[in-house]
Design a protein around this ligand. Structure first.
Ligand code: PLP
Length: 286
């Protein structure tokens, strides 16, 4: 597996950007999920026999964990709330690929879900490891330190970075390990206050981390024509980005910054197939 991801230079709306190609690390285990799982990936395969996680069935983290478990020959059990038969029957998207990689999917009824997740760590044997939703783990630190080393080693004159936020783990640890860089991010799930709250649970937010506020309120994983349009412009630069996180940040960067920036590609392009289908169903076309 390729560790040191390459860098591309693109021109978007007349501005130069560098893109750290973490999307090219692996088809399924890529982007910030690769960085977050880095410590586990370095763990000898015989240390664990089973990984447990939970969350949404379109999640990029789920697919990355499934790919890791396949490579390590670890069993992978993933808990979710009940999902539709339609989704189970789909032959595209993250869920489909995760099942193909050997993921065991278990549905938990809504009324029991919360308590069930809260009790996951009770009575665990030492060969089982639980990864919390989205992989928001302290272990993410080590993988992001490796990414930080790669960025420093580029020796570019550019001193601004950008990466989109869900939990904010990636942006936060990146800013902490690279204090000499500015790190731009924006909340793609919830608003600025929610993102700050999430980050603060992990660490104090450093001054070099700049949270850009989107000009319009976007709901996570909903189709927006302007997201599709910006993704298309980026495709013309020959890089595919995901449709959930990247477009929101690119919009903020174009609207609210003017310097050269290194954008850290956070992966997630495997989710585009099913997302594009939803755009189509809504009749949205660029
Ligand atoms: C998970 C994910 C994010 C969010 O990462 P956090 O560390 O939770 O902020 C951003 N982009 C993509 C493509 C992702 O899959």
């Amino acid at each position: 597996m390729q560790i040191n991801s390459p860098i591309s230079k693109i021109t978007l709306e007349g501005r130069d950007f560098y893109v750290k190609r973490d999307d090219l690390i692996d088809p399924y285990l890529a982007g910030n999920k690769y960085r977050k799982l880095y410590t586990l990936l370095q763990t000898p395969a015989n240390k664990f026999s089973k990984i447990i996680s939970y969350g949404g069935t379109q999640s990029n983290a789920m697919l990355a964990i499934a790919a890791m478990c396949k490579a390590k020959k670890w069993k992978f059990t993933y808990y979710t709330k009940p999902i539709s038969q339609n989704q189970k029957d789909e032959n595209i998207g993250n869920y489909f690929h995760s099942i193909k990689l050997g993921m065991q999917h278990v549905e938990i009824e809504h009324e029991f879900y919360r308590d069930f997740i809260a009790s996951l760590r009770l009575n665990l044997d030492e060969k089982t490891f639980v990864i919390d939703q989205g992989g928001a783990v302290q272990q993410a630190k080590e993988g992001l330190r490796v990414l930080a080393d790669e960025i420093r080693a580029l020796n570019l004159h550019v001193k601004s970075l950008a990466t989109p936020s869900g939990t904010g783990t990636t942006a936060l640890f990146l800013a902490l390990t690279l204090p000499e860089y500015k790190v731009y991010t924006t909340p793609c799930v919830g608003d600025v206050a929610y993102l700050k709250e999430q980050m603060s649970m992990l660490h104090d937010i450093p001054n070099n981390l700049i949270i850009l506020k989107p000009e319009k309120k976007y709901h996570f994983a909903k189709p927006y024509l302007e997201f599709l349009e910006i993704q298309k412009k980026l495709l013309e630069c020959e890089i595919e980005f995901d449709l959930l996180y990247a477009p929101g940040l690119w919009k903020c960067l174009l609207e609210q910054t003017d310097e050269e920036i290194i954008y850290i590609h956070s992966g997630g392009v495997t989710g585009n197939e099913s997302m594009l289908k939803r755009y189509e169903q809504k009749g949205l076309k660029p």
